[in-house]
Write a protein that binds this ligand. Structure first.
Ligand code: SF4
Ligand code: SF4
Length: 180
């Protein structure tokens, strides 16, 4: 199948019959008990969120499908999906949803639930470890480069030690150490 065919064809997921016996009816209530799901039930599956998403074309489950899966109670599939972690948190979907469903924020809730169940991808754990060790994910440009760009030699207000101290008291620390 060519790339064009893949992008313009019908979704390849959720076409297979759903095994009703595997649905977790409490999952939707679990998500709804969190602060971002006030309008979840208002979703009418218009797919605007997916149309707005810059990377949905490479996702197995598209944003509108994930929202539908949450409503249906497909807990295992949602919390084990790579998509919730691949989300760029750009909020394009959420901004455009005509029903005011907080798509991006709901994906954050899913990540929190996945973390509670120990379903965090190893690359995300790796990023957390890096953050705890260095206080930043990306090395700040060297002093001489900043000077060449006409910037102050040091980044104003940057304290990686403070970041490290704060992170040690958070759940990120427990996650990295395998305590969550
Ligand atoms: S844009 Fe909003 S209403 Fe439309 S499918 Fe996405 S979440 Fe549902
Ligand atoms: S926030 Fe995530 S799901 Fe929404 S448009 Fe951006 S990448 Fe896609």
């Amino acid at each position: 199948m060519t790339e064009m065919e893949e992008q313009s064809g019908p979704p390849t997921t959720l076409i297979d019959p759903i095994d009703m016996s595997k649905l977790d009816t409490k999952f939707r209530e679990q998500i709804k008990s969190m602060p971002n799901s006030e309008e979840l039930s208002a979703c009418f599956a218009c797919s605007t969120c997916t149309a707005a998403c810059p990377i949905a074309n490479i996702w197995q489950y598209k944003p509108h499908q994930l929202i539908r899966m949450i409503i249906l109670g497909m807990k295992e599939e949602v919390l084990s999906s790579s998509e919730i972690w691949l989300c760029l948190t750009c909020y394009q979907c959420q901004e455009r949803c005509p029903q005011k469903v907080r798509v991006t924020d709901i994906f954050f809730d899913c990540k929190n639930l996945a973390a509670e169940e120990g379903k965090v991808p190893s690359n995300i754990i790796g990023l957390g470890k890096e953050l705890l060790e260095k206080g930043q994910l990306y090395t700040v440009t060297a002093d001489w480069e900043r000077e060449d760009l006409g910037l102050e030699p040091a980044v104003p207000g940057l304290s990686v030690e403070a970041v490290k101290t704060i992170l040690k008291e958070t759940r990120t620390n427990k996650l990295v150490e395998g305590g969550e």
